[in-house]
Write a protein of this length. Structure first.
Length: 129
């Protein structure tokens, strides 16, 4: 009986470790961890960081994100809208707070053979309300 209970607890713990792809990405952004964040990217990602726009490799994306995070230390990030209706695609819009102001961030994540990969990331100046 103890072995069965232990197995149940372990499987529950393992299940909980499978983070939601949006929450995982948002968490890595909150930590300003470009090195870890790019591990969730597709091999090539469509990215817009302020006025810098293009399709980048993970290595290029890491450099661009490190520059952004160094210039704009993150104080918080909040998901304001998300779409989960398609199991193969996740989309979120976030408000990213930094010492230098707030930014609107959108993230597209696609399922690629069972692994979710960020395929598009946009960080733009938040428009005045």
């Amino acid at each position: 009986m103890k072995l069965l209970l232990l197995g149940f607890v372990f499987s529950l713990f393992t299940f909980q470790q499978k983070a939601d792809p949006v929450e995982k990405t948002v968490g890595l952004m909150r930590q300003s961890s470009a090195k870890e964040l790019v591990k969730t990217f597709a091999p090539n990602i469509e990215m817009t960081i302020l006025t810098d726009e293009g399709v980048y490799s993970r290595e290029q994306a890491e450099t661009i994100l490190n520059n952004f995070f160094n210039k704009n230390p993150i104080s918080g990030i909040k998901v304001i809208h998300r779409v989960d209706s398609n199991p193969a695609l996740k989309y979120a819009v976030c408000s990213l707070s930094t010492r230098n102001g707030n930014f609107r961030t959108s993230i597209s994540i696609k399922n690629n053979n069972g692994n979710f990969e960020v395929t598009e990331l946009r960080i733009e100046e938040e428009k005045a309300k």
